[in-house]
Every structure is written in C-alpha cells, then in structure tokens.
Design a binder for this molecule. Structure first.
Ligand code: SF4
Length: 451
C-alpha cells in the first residue's frame, strides 16, 4: 500500500480532433500512476507548446490552457517522483529544440545506467537541467538523430544504449513515436479512434477517450505514426520479456488489460490462490482499499466466506500524506482508512492487503481490533518484499523492508494479528495465465533481469 509507481504516459496523433483534450482525459485515467506533477506538450504547424505543473491533472489544466495547446499531435505525462527529486523542473514532457527541430519526451520507468550515461555526456559538454532519466533519454535521442535518417531510427538507436525500464512517447515536429524497453518492464499499448492513433500506459486510458484497443507495444518495439499510418521496428525485440508483476497486483488499474491479461482477473486469481495456500476459519473477508479489495473477493469466491466492506477510505487525502517520514505515514494510515464496526465487530476477520512493505500497516490492524474484531487474520496478495526495485518504483532499501528485518512470527506479533500469511512465489507465478509476457519478480526473489 505504500509503494508508488513512477508515471503514466499518453500520446495521440489526430489531425481532425482536439489532441490536448484527449490527452487530458487520458491522463485523468492514468492519474493513479502518479499524482506529483503532470504535463501536456503539443505540436501545431511545427510549433511546440507545453504546459506542466505540480499537482493533479484536474488542478493543473484549465479550459484556456488546453485551448492554448492546440495541435495535431500531443503527448502527456503524470509523474510520481520515484526517480529524480521533487522539483517542478522534473515535470514532463521534457521538451527541447535542437538542430533538427523540436522534440518532446515522456517516460515511464527508471534506467539502471543513467549515472553512467549522464557522466559520459557531461564529459562531452552536455548540460542537464533536471535530475530525471527522461532528460538523458531525450539527449541521447537528439544525439542519435544527428546521425540517423529519421527520428524513429534515432529512438531505435538510442534504445541500444539504455538499460532498465522505459516506456516512452516521443513527439517530433512531424511524428509521434512510442517505444518499450526490451524487457517490457512497464506497459504500453496502442489504440485507435477513427483515424486517430493513440499510445498509452494502460488500456483504461484508451477507454477514457473511447478508443479501441489495437495491441500492446512489444518489449523492444518502436512504433510510430507517419502520415497517419502506424509503422513498427522490432530490431530491439531481442530478449525474454519481464513485465513488472506488481503492475498486476497493485500499480495498474483493474479495468486495464496488459499483454493479454486482465488486471482484475490477476487480482481475483491472487485471492483464490491465497485461499488455497492459507485456508482460515473465519466469518468475513475484507480487503484494504483499493487494490486489496479484488483479491479479497477472490478469497471469498474460493472459500465461500462472505466478502464485505471492512474499511471506508477517505477519498480526499492529498499527496502530502504519502511521501514523508515513517511516523507521518503511520498517522496517514489512520486518517485514510476507518474500519466499519458493523462489518468487523465481534467477527473473525480475514483481511487482505496487496502487500506488506514497510510495516506501517500496524496501526491499520490495531484499528480493526479497536473496532471490535474478534480475530484478525492478515494475508498479503504478494509475497514478502526482500529487495529494492531499480526499475522506477519506490520499493525502498533492505533496511526499511519489513520482511528483511523480521521473521514471520516477529512480523505477526508487531502487526498484532492472530495469523499472517503471504502469497507464495509459486502462487505468484499462477496469477496471470493469459499474459504473453514473462515477469520480473526481483523484489521478491532478488533475481534482477538487468542491473
Ligand atoms: Fe516490479 Fe519488483 Fe521488478 Fe520492480 S523489482 S519491476 S517492483 S517486480
């Protein structure tokens, strides 16, 4: 529950429509992927315009700002600061003007070789204005464009230098390009609405603009729109894919489908599998809003134990409650969630959370106890976090990971639960049977696909 994804991206090529308005809707649908900053850049008659700001999409853009972003191509970004400091300059899309024209880049993920690349280019005279990987990516693409016949060839060339997680939308004066890293860590899909072609982090953003889902961008693929037509280059589709499994458990919206697998179904499957691995005699199953709810339904479906609402979530909590100190996080848990006495009072409760990362969930359980729960059995729909993430999420250092520093019994005791269970690694491997992608599970196994 205290993990945050680093960004959502959206791009549209539409000669007949209002591109900025579509990006605005798309970013609204992707807001769960980042609430810190957002921005939209548009191209109109070779003129690049951009507006970025700190905060939610609905707060940063007004009708008049959207009107000022008229264009036939536009890209947008919502950001959570997992990589790069919290600073307005780090908001995206990143825009630059160079000898070949204008360029705008929006990026989701995190490079593992960004420091190395940055140092290399700084020694060649480059000056970077932000602390984001996106600026490094934009710079490498611009450099590659000087020796490539087209912007898509430059993106393809630049990808060979980038290691780690990156899903990109790139806009030049005449083209819209999307690319996904060869490992496929972060999702990226293609949609169409009439003649308009759209690239988005998740399929729920295509739904928001009434576009039809066409397909996912393949890991390593570069796709681009030129003269209204979609083109593809698969030169970098060279390795086994490793989509972040946590997209299915937590990051992505349940109404999205990623690489052929419904996120909703994955969470139901995780709950069903928990029921197999941790059968408990109980009166009610509840989930921790939001991503624990569907796994709780899965557990209920598999066991026949009634599912009910266990918490009421305060929907008006702002971002300030999230990125802060440990003690502040614990306070935030109490303000964000209030247990329903009517559901849990006098009952033996199975409570399902999507993850137990830092141990800040402690106060959540004591609240359940205060609300009269007779027994509290805590289940996590992901395995134990034992290692950090280097691919764009803020899963922290080993020192702060609950499961790294405590035995199962210690964790149970600290939490104050009657029992505590985690989805097994074998169970995790079964939750997304329709996915055409392999998965990264490094934060549970320490087996990193690339370092
Ligand atoms: Fe996802 Fe964990 Fe892999 Fe990071 S390390 S990409 S959070 S599975």
């Amino acid at each position: 529950m205290s993990i945050h994804e680093a960004c959502g991206i959206f791009g549209i090529y539409d000669t007949g429509g209002d591109c900025a308005q579509s990006v605005y809707y798309g970013l609204y649908a992707l807001q769960h992927r980042g609430q810190e900053d957002c921005g939209i850049a548009a191209i109109n008659n070779l003129e690049l315009s951009c507006h970025k700001g700190h905060g939610l999409v609905g707060d940063v853009f007004s009708e008049s700002i959207l009107k000022s972003l008229a264009g036939t191509t536009a890209i947008g970004h919502v950001r959570y600061a997992a990589g790069g400091a919290t600073h307005r300059d780090n908001a995206q899309p990143l825009t630059l003007t160079y000898i070949k024209g204008s360029l705008a880049v929006a990026h989701n993920g995190s490079l593992v070789n960004s420091m190395e690349l940055k140092r290399e280019y700084e020694y060649k005279g480059a000056v970077f204005h932000t602390t984001t990987d996106s600026e490094i990516i934009a710079y490498i693409i611009a450099q590659a464009r000087l020796h490539s016949g087209s912007i898509e060839a430059a993106v393809n060339q630049a990808m060979k230098r980038l290691k780690g997680a990156f899903s990109l939308v790139v806009m030049s004066s005449r083209k819209l390009i999307a690319a996904r890293d060869p490992w496929g860590f972060r999702p990226l899909c293609i949609g169409m609405k009439g003649d308009a072609i759209i690239f988005a982090s998740e399929s729920c953003a295509l739904d928001s603009v009434d576009a039809a889902f066409i397909r996912d961008v393949l890991p390593g693929e570069v796709v681009w729109v030129e003269d209204g037509k979609l083109h593809s280059n698969r030169d970098n589709c060279t390795r086994e894919s490793t989509l972040c499994i946590f997209e299915h458990l937590y990051f992505a919206r349940p109404d999205s489908v990623i690489d052929g697998q419904s996120v909703y179904d994955s969470r139901i499957n995780a709950g069903r599998r928990l029921a197999l691995e941790h059968p408990i005699d109980a009166d009610v199953v509840i989930g921790v809003p939001d991503s624990g709810l569907i796994a709780a339904k899965g557990y209920s479906l598999a066991t026949g134990i009634p599912y009910n609402d266990g918490f009421i979530k305060n929907r008006y909590i702002g971002r300030t409650f999230i990125a802060s100190t440990q003690s502040f996080r614990e306070e935030a848990v109490k303000i964000k969630l209030n247990p329903l006495r009517a559901t849990v009072g006098g009952k033996r409760v199975v409570m399902i959370d999507d993850s137990i990362v830092r141990g800040t969930t402690v106060s959540r359980f004591s609240l359940l106890r205060d609300a009269g729960a007779k027994e509290i059995h805590v289940l996590s729909s992901s395995p134990k976090f034992i290692s950090p993430c280097y691919y764009g999420t803020d899963i922290p250092t080993k020192e702060t990971l609950f499961a790294c520093n405590h035995s199962d019994e210690e964790m149970r005791e600290i939490i104050g639960a009657d029992s505590l269970g985690f989805l097994s690694l074998e169970g995790l491997a079964t939750i997304a049977p329709n996915s055409c992608c392999g998965f990264c599970d490094a934060c549970f196994t320490e087996k990193y696909p690339v370092l």
